[in-house]
Design a protein. Structure first.
Length: 149
């Protein structure tokens, strides 16, 4: 009986310690803060295979303020056409470290969603929208890596 009680007490204690440790690892918008080197591309869907703007490659510097806003400078190659642009947008980060990055309407209201490391050093996101008339989105990915302080 005593050994069973001791095991239960130990299990409760371990559970509380683990819970408090997990709580300390929750993410928030402040997890995504500072400058990030961003690389990525867009693959043509089957219905886009004859579109001359594919493939699309981008390298960018995104700067997050830790409060839900970001700025970006991007260098892009869209099927051989080079362009640079400066923009910004908004973002959210859930406690589970799911990041959602939204660009403004003039850039097509693009929404990227993905996972962020708990320390905020890296993230991988995929384009989630907006969909075209048939409900499809571009096959785009981005990898974010925080620059060293």
């Amino acid at each position: 009986m005593r050994s069973r009680l001791a095991v239960n007490v130990i299990l409760v204690a371990v559970t509380r310690i683990a819970s408090s440790a997990w709580a300390g690892d929750e993410c928030s918008p402040s997890t995504l803060r500072g400058e990030y080197l961003v690389t990525g591309g867009v693959q043509a869907r089957f219905d886009q295979r004859d579109n001359p703007t594919f493939p699309r490659i981008t390298v960018s510097l995104w700067t997050f303020d830790g409060a839900g806003n970001f700025t970006a400078h991007a260098i892009q190659n869209n099927g051989g056409d080079y362009q640079e642009l400066d923009t910004g947008g908004t973002y959210t980060v859930s406690v589970e470290c799911i990041a959602v990055v939204t660009f403004p309407p003039e850039l097509g209201d693009s929404v990227f969603k993905g996972v962020l490391t708990r320390d905020g050093s890296e993230a991988d996101v995929i384009r989630m929208g907006p969909p075209d008339a048939k409900g499809r989105v571009n096959l785009a990915t981005r990898h974010l890596k925080r620059s060293k302080d």
